[in-house]
Design a protein around this ligand. Structure first.
Ligand SMILES: [Cu+2]
Length: 202
């Protein structure tokens, strides 16, 4: 379906689309630090300006614990998403967050807690384990389904959104302690690419 649409657009341009129908666009973001080195674990959220984003279509997410490590380190979820915290270690963990966007704790447990945690407010959440101080993970909660985290090459792809005006919100763990979420505003008309330089200070 989307392939067909792309080829139609390629041949004849936007005029082929019926009135009121907006072409889907995509955005490929490459993130680098100030030296040009690709940055993994950059959380990205694309927020429509002057329009509301669709409700969550995948309202379930998971942050596991394995080898005394949270997996994944960086997550992005839409506001309202339930996150489960399965413990795949033989030792027990005690997961907590003091972040204003979501304050909670899952007291010392093994296996998977019966109830997932609902991330019901936008913002940045820092997770820790009361038993293992080195354990840390981050969740960027945003009012949009268009979310991604950059891979080892510093690349992430956001797709399936209508063309229009957007704010790209982003955050990287190097900004720990400065949980403000910078935004960059731009218009996306078609499939676009963007390079973001993630400096030490947002
Ligand atoms: Cu632990």
């Amino acid at each position: 379906m989307s392939l067909l649409r792309v080829s139609l657009l390629g041949l004849s341009g936007l005029a082929l689309l019926p009135a009121g129908m907006v072409a889907a666009a995509s955005l490929v973001v490459t993130t680098v630090d100030e030296k040009g080195v690709p940055l993994e674990h950059v959380a990205l959220a694309l927020l429509p300006v002057g329009a509301s984003a669709p409700a969550p279509t995948t309202p379930l997410a998971e942050i596991g614990q394995q080898n005394k490590t949270f997996i994944p380190l960086m997550s992005t979820v839409q506001t309202g998403t339930s996150v489960s915290f399965p413990n795949r270690d033989t030792v027990r963990h005690h997961v907590y967050s003091f972040s204003p966007a979501k304050t909670f704790e899952l007291k010392l447990y093994a296996g998977t807690p019966a109830r997932p945690v609902v991330f019901d407010k936008p913002g940045l959440v820092v997770l820790g384990c009361n038993i293992h101080d080195q354990m840390v993970a981050y969740v960027m909660v945003s009012d949009t389904p268009w979310l991604a985290v950059t891979d080892a090459a510093g690349v992430a792809r956001l797709g399936g959104f209508p063309a229009g005006e957007y704010e790209l919100q982003y955050w990287h763990p190097r900004w720990l302690g400065r949980p403000e979420l910078p935004k960059k505003r731009f218009r996306i008309e078609r499939d676009q690419t963007e390079v973001l330089i993630i400096k030490d200070k947002p």
